[in-house]
Design a protein around this ligand. Sequence first.
Ligand SMILES: [Zn+2]
Length: 417
Amino acid sequence: MFSCAGFTFVSSAFAYAPRTAGGSLLKWRSQQIVISVSNTGSEHVSAADLENAVRKSFRKWSDASGVEFVIKRTSERDVSSRKSGGDGFSLVTIAPTAANMLLFEADENNSGVTRLFFDKKGRIVEADIVLNPSALFTVDGSRGSFDLESTLTHEAGHFLGLAHSDVRGATMYRHQGKNGVFNLPGTYPRTLASDDMAGIRHIYGSPRKGRNSFGSLSGALSNQQFKGRDRSVWLESASTGTVVAGVEVRANGSFSFKSLPVGDYFLIATLGDYSIINQGVGVSIEAGREKRVTVQSKRSSSPNRVRSFGFNGQISNLAVPVEAGHRYTVYAKINGEFSDRLRLESGSPGISVDDASLAFVYERKGETVVSFEIFVSAFTGRGEYAFSVYDGFSEVGYLPGVLIVDEVRNPWHSAFF
Ligand SMILES: [Zn+2]
């Protein structure tokens, strides 16, 4: 796993997050951005593979928003130094030069760094992506390596001004696994999540095609009793249960989503530990309109006891990829002792949890691991899915994006009897 340099890990729940500086949104002024890819590879990555992966990675962000890229080759190799204020050329490099290697001195397990240069108004004027020249990147899913395209897709999000998201399974999630996580075959997920697409459209608007299929949402929490604490709101599709987007609540209790796909949603507000602070609210987004909503927050909130999720004997911060049409055993790590009052429930009609399967696995240092059997029905579509956590009948927690249905194969399903 790696976490990107320049961002420290905090255990708070923020979803897609445009980066800001001095109160302004960091954003490229032009909707057409020129990128130069270094023609020097590394020990593990050829210049041709690098350029190919850059094209595929940026294309995904382009397809999801109104931004276009012009990709060129260059003999340049070095990241611009912070002191220099940039040279105006946006570079993608993996060349093992001293300047590039230095960026990974503090954390040699880090796979990539994106350095942004912007003016006082928050307009990005240059962004350099440096992939760790010493790290093992592959394009074929080799176990223990970083997937070149997944890593570049994540850094491309930073390049465009996005910070990290706390939707697990999102490309902009702060932790990314290596190929082979949870003992799964194949490559680490490469596709953008709905939350990533919502994030990029928030900054740059939607692609020209389909501009009339988006609307926006703004709202506020009804009271400020949790003021000063990290708060987020998440939107789940009412029909499929996928986590469509999430945003941080501002200090004054307000929040906004721009360019949401038209449809019906279910809105959930949480604190930084993912404990629930509202009764669920239904919201309809209409084309070209801004919907306003006031969210009643609860007077008190019980702490969410579930912190991490797992699969195949591994507990992790990463999303668990599953395939539709199969049954799986998943793990949850909870604070405190085992309680048979604990229940998980999915917002998706296609994903069911067998309550009777809840089982104690082990307890260590005040933390307990439990297991659940889940069934992902054959008609479950691609996307990131959440689980709600119940203590008896009260809903205490919300785990956005812990389960993903994607192109990733997961052959470790339970047999049918
Ligand atoms: Zn990052």
